[in-house]
Every structure is written in C-alpha cells, then in structure tokens.
Design a protein. Structure first.
Length: 133
C-alpha cells in the first residue's frame, strides 16, 4: 500500500518537472528568436471523451496558451498543435504522464483546438480524427 502512495507522489513530481521544463524551453526559444510567439503550458481538466487508462482524473488536459499580441486564426493554432503532436517523443511523454488532451489556445481570441493524444502514439500509419473546436 505505501509503495502505491510513494509512486503517486513521484508521478506528480514527474508531471510538474515536465511542465516546468516545457515552459522554460518555450520561453528560452521565444527569447532567442527561434519561435515568433510566447507559449505557456498548464494543466486543465481535458476532454472526458479522450480519456485513456493512464489519464489523470480531472487533470488530463495539457493546455498551451499562445501569446502573439493578437487573436490568432484557427489555422495558426492548428499549425502549432501539429508541430507539438508531430514530435512522437513528446506525445509519448504526455500520454505516459497522464495527459489525454492537447489544447492550444491563444490569449486574445476565443478560438481553441483539442487533440486526442492517444491517436498520435501509434507507430503504425493511421488517420487520426481532426481536432475539435
């Protein structure tokens, strides 16, 4: 029983470390001029329809907020999401750390997109469903 509790806390630390590293790297690449927008990730509830056996209850969403100084179009947010889910290692880390939903939102507008991360972990060719608004 005590091992289960200890592993639960180590999972929390691993998720926090991943989130902290992601935010630091996003900030550093923005400051260096490598990417044109500032991004910040945080944990959200996620989409309950996207749950999988490793999802964290009430904390399955990985939301990326994009600060560009203006409302972004759906296509621009889609491109950012595609870049993230195109990184197989990152998607596998997200899923293994209990996230089931990738959300990409801007800070000025009302557009936000969601991807079911489980659809992007299969190494066989597949045709995942398009993101939901």
């Amino acid at each position: 029983m005590w091992e289960n509790i200890r592993s639960w806390f180590s999972d929390i630390r691993e998720r926090a470390r991943f989130l902290r590293d992601w935010n630091r790297n996003a900030k550093d690449t923005y400051v260096a001029g490598i990417i044109p927008v500032l991004m910040e990730a945080k944990i959200t509830v996620g989409c309950t329809d996207f749950r999988h056996q490793f999802s964290r209850w009430m904390a399955g969403g990985f939301r990326v907020k994009v600060l560009s100084g203006r409302a972004m179009t759906r296509e621009e947010l889609y491109e950012i999401g595609q870049f993230i889910i195109g990184d197989d290692i990152m998607v596998r880390k997200l899923v293994s750390n209990g996230w089931d939903t990738l959300e990409v939102h801007d800070t000025a507008g009302f557009v936000g997109l969601k991807w079911q991360l489980r659809n992007y972990t299969i190494s066989l060719p597949s045709y995942p469903t398009p993101p939901r608004s």
